[in-house]
Design a protein around this ligand. Structure first.
Ligand code: ADE
Ligand code: ZN
Length: 326
């Protein structure tokens, strides 16, 4: 097995990370106080104790409730900068974070406030730690396609400040098909498409994301193994999967880490990557996810190097930056 410090030192990119999912209980309480909001928990410990999830929806309920403390540009700045500080400790050289604008515009927090805070922190993170970034705007799939269309319109003034659009939230019953028209608009704007698929939803949602939304990466995708033809296609076309091991165990996609299929997929030649999804809720940042997989399943030095390399080649960084890291 690869040594922890070697893993830390490997240049890695994080491609599946929700900024709202990096809101640590301590920061949640601090922002609640700053914004004069009362949280339905007595303490940081009581809040952490509530992080026991039976499925994706259990988690999403707490995640949306927590995000309500984010109100000002400064709040989005503090959230994003705290995440980048953790990245620096873990040897993360490049990040492609998601944010969910609809979670905030629904509370009358403007798109401008969100973009300004996040972008200023990404610049500061580049200055302080040399971390490069590409931002991804994500639609909430439990809302209507019309709502996503309006959100895309609202984001147009920041067109040059994000590179892709994603699709997240409650997967089952909200297939990629529901968002086909808005993703046509996304791609017509020259933006890349990605989507959560095959986390709780069936393998068919992965195929739909590829065929109907024309995504260039699949977020999660671990249920692909339920369709052998699809597995072959993902390998042939080298479609990257952004897998989130600790998330999958905490949301009961796999009952324990030793059951996770990521290393089997890697051994079959799929372009899988390791990511943290919502680290404040799932008990670990990027390096913790690598370590959890190593300790439960095993990870050789060559496999770790391949996983780190996949994260760089599957990223949207420019080719010059990529060459520097490889
Ligand atoms: N939003 C934040 N994390 C998510 C996940 N793992 N799946 C779907 N939506 C999400
Ligand atoms: Zn996710």
């Amino acid at each position: 097995n690869i040594d922890t410090e070697l893993l830390r030192a490997l240049p890695k990119a994080e491609l599946h990370l929700h900024l709202e999912g990096t809101l640590e209980p301590e920061l949640m309480f601090a922002l609640a106080e700053r914004n004069e909001i009362t949280l339905p928990y007595d303490s940081v410990e009581a809040l952490r104790d509530a992080y026991e999830f039976g499925n994706l929806q259990d988690f999403l309920n707490l995640y949306y409730q927590g995000a309500a403390v984010l109100q000002s540009e400064e709040d989005f700045y503090d959230l994003t900068l705290a995440y980048l500080a953790r990245c620096a400790e873990d040897g993360v050289v490049h990040v492609e974070p998601f944010f969910d604008p609809q979670t905030h515009t629904a509370r009358a927090i403007t798109m401008a406030c969100q973009f300004r805070g996040i972008l200023r922190a990404l610049e500061e993170g580049h200055k302080r730690w040399g971390i490069t970034s590409r931002l991804i705007l994500s639609f909430l799939r439990h809302l209507s396609e019309e709502d996503a269309v309006v959100t895309l319109q609202q984001a147009l003034p920041w067109r040059e400040h994000f590179v892709a659009v994603g699709l997240d939230s409650s997967e089952k019953g909200n297939p990629p098909e529901k968002f086909q028209r808005v993703f046509d608009q996304v791609r017509a704007l020259g933006l890349k498409a990605v989507a959560h698929a095959g986390e709780e939803g069936p393998a068919d949602y992965i195929a739909q994301a590829l065929d109907l939304l024309k995504v260039v990466r699949i977020d999660h995708g671990v249920r692909c193994t339920e369709d052998e033809q699809l597995v072959k296609r993902l390998i042939d076309q080298q479609i990257p999967l952004t897998v989130c091991p600790l998330s999958n165990v905490r949301l009961k996609v796999f009952s324990q880490m030793s059951d996770h299929n990521i290393m089997q997929l890697l051994k079959r030649g799929m372009c899988v990557t390791i990511n943290s999804d919502d680290p404040a809720y799932f008990g670990g940042y990027l390096l913790d996810n690598f370590l959890a997989v190593r300790d439960a399943i095993g990870m050789s030095k060559a496999e770790a190097v391949q996983l780190a390399r996949n994260s760089l080649t599957a990223s949207f960084m420019d080719s010059e930056t990529l060459t520097q890291h490889l």
